[in-house]
Structure formats: C-alpha cells, structure tokens
Design a protein. Structure first.
Length: 316
C-alpha cells in the first residue's frame, strides 16, 4: 500500500470548552486539546485508524510544525516535511457547553511560495505513490491554479490522484483531470456552473464531468443521505446509516480516508464508497475534530452492506 497525502495548508487545531460565551469578560476555558489538522493530514489519520499506512507530506513551520510532526509520529504516521521558519497556523475552536454550539476560529495559513510548494511536490514524486491524495485549502501566496500542477504531477508519475478541495482550486485541478473526485453537492454544482443542483440532477452532472475528462470516478457526498457513486459503468446510491450525530467536522476527510484505504486494498468501487460512507458517518458520532473509531466503521459498513439496498434514493 503506497499512499501519499499532501497537505499544503496544515494546521495545529486547538479546542477547548466554556460554559457560556460572554463579551468583555475573562472567560475560563477548560483544558486545551491539541490535534493535527488539514485535509491530507486528516486522511492519513483516518487510514491509520483503519489499520493502513500512508506518508503525510506537508510544510512544517516553526514550533507548531514540530508539534504537528510529533502528534502524527506518535499516532504511527510517517511524515515527510519541508521545514520552514515561519509558524504553521494554529486554529482554535471553543464549544459552549451550555448550548453545545461550536465556534471555530480559523487563522490564515502560513504564506508559501511556489518554490516551497514545488519542493513538497518533489518529495511526493520521490515517494512514487500508487495513490496521491491532495486535500484542503491552498495557503496564501500560491496561485489559485496550483492544484492543476498537483494533478499533472500525479499523471506524470502514474499515481491515481484524488483531490478534495473546493472553489477555483478544484476547478483548476478538474481541468487537468484526476482519478477520483469527491465533491459535495455545492462543489459539484460549482463544477458544472449551476447555482444549486437538486438531488435528481446529481447523476447527470456527475456524468457530465466524467464526459469532460475531469475524472474517471465521481463520488458525490450527500451528507446524511450518503453518497452517489458515478463512473462510466453507471451509478449507484449508497445510503448513510442514521447515527447519533455529535459533530460533522472531518466527515469529508474521513470519507476520503476510507475510500483510498479500500482502493489500495483492491476493493470494488461499490465497496470503496460503502467504506467511505461508513467512515464519514462514524466521524459524525464523535465530538469536535475527532475523526472516527474503527469499530464504528466496521459496524456501519456491515449495516450498509446488509440493509443499504432498502434505503436507496429512488430519484436517480
Ligand atoms: N448527518 C449525517 N449523518 C450520517 N452521515 C453523515 C452525516 N453527515 C455526513 N455524513 C457522512 O459523511 C460523508 C461526507 O459528508 P459530507 O457530504 O457532508 O461531506 P463534505 O461536505 O465534504 O464534508 P466536510 O465539510 O467535512 O468537507 C457522507 O457521505 C456521509 O457518509
Ligand atoms: Mg469536503
């Protein structure tokens, strides 16, 4: 299994709790919990939880970068970093325990030059991956079409590329083409130039982007409704089980981790998406930025494979 994840805009996620948010007063927060964050990094964490391995490539800045590296290494993840002097950003989230509402403060990422990002791409090329997952936002300083270069690199080194980002960076990557795209409804709508697609338009939109050569496989994630798998062979709806939802943060990254892990294990596309949905749904059962517990994933996967058929959306 040779999977490499690339995170150009990593973060150190700090979270804490407070009874009630009040302005102009000192607020006593509970103990701070520190997590490694950023799209590709989350995918590496998910793969590890499932028992798989990947290498996480990212720029690592200053002390925060060192903390990030240590958190990942302690979790058993191989890291390859471009060491930089500036500090990797720190995001902060507070959960107001009286209302259970979460307030997320995301800082701008560490400024990167094209030369720095290219150095990360050189690391990826040297690792010669079978699967390359590039995920998350672009840091300030990089051209908006930088993801196109990542997709082109994957083509050049013969890696199957999965890109999970949004807006203009996603469009640029799609122009180059990749193996698998995992847009949510809003991202798919933007890719086909629509304001907001309705559920019964999703299959045609996905086929359109395959027809344009943007990717071979589209997995449209539909939140609590699961996902739609679309390839040249047809389409299939994979429903999500109903679970006690705590926080949907990290659901998308968890889903991608389950899919790439399953792909690297040679599973069928149906099982790949079933596993992705199980990981995404399992992630919603945990609070804050916590991803999923593997035992929840395997239980939910069993449910999907046993009862999923009955809950298919009939609109497609
Ligand atoms: N409320 C929910 N109940 C059950 N499963 C859910 C729920 N929300 C998300 N999921 C699961 O997580 C997967 C991915 O979620 P979603 O479609 O929201 O992705 P996303 O918009 O890319 O998420 P993110 O905001 O993390 O990037 C879904 O396909 C589904 O399996
Ligand atoms: Mg997403």
């Amino acid at each position: 299994m040779n999977i490499v994840t690339l995170t150009l805009n990593p973060a150190l996620d700090k979270s804490s709790g407070i009874h009630r948010l009040v302005p102009e007063q000192k607020m006593r927060c509970s103990e701070v919990h520190t997590d490694a964050g950023g799209g590709g990094i989350n995918v590496s964490k998910g793969i590890r939880k499932l028992g798989g391995n990947s290498t996480a490539v990212f720029p690592s800045g200053g002390n925060n970068g060192l903390v990030l590296e240590k958190l990942l290494q302690d979790a058993g993840i191989v890291v390859e970093t471009l060491r930089l002097e500036n500090e990797t950003r720190e995001n902060f989230s507070v959960t107001e325990t009286s209302t259970n509402l979460q307030y997320r403060f995301n800082m701008p990422g560490m400024e990167m030059t094209t030369e720095m990002a290219d150095a990360c791409l050189d690391m990826v090329a040297r690792l010669n991956p079978e699967y390359l997952v590039a995920s998350g936002s672009l840091p300030p300083g990089l051209p908006v079409d930088y993801y196109e270069k990542i997709a082109a690199l994957a083509h050049r080194i013969g890696a199957r590329c999965i890109i999970d980002t949004s807006g203009e960076p996603l469009r640029a990557a799609a122009d180059e083409g990749m193996y698998l795209l995992k847009p949510n409804l809003a991202e798919l709508s933007a890719l086909v130039g629509e304001e907001k697609l309705s559920i019964d338009q999703v299959d045609d939109a996905a086929l359109e982007i395959i027809g344009k050569g943007m990717c071979e496989v589209v997995v449209v994630s539909l939140g609590p409704q699961g996902a739609l798998l679309v390839s040249r062979d047809g389409f299939e709806h994979i429903p999500a089980p109903t679970v006690p939802k705590k926080s949907t943060v990290g659901a998308g990254d968890s889903m991608v981790s389950g899919m790439v892990w399953s792909l690297a294990n040679g599973k069928s596309l149906r099982e790949v998406v079933q596993t992705g949905v199980a990981c995404g749904s399992a992630a919603t059962m945990n609070p804050g930025t916590e991803l999923f517990h593997a035992e929840d994933v395997f239980r939910l996967l069993h449910w999907i494979q046993t009862y999923g058929e009955r809950y298919r959306i009939k609109d497609f």
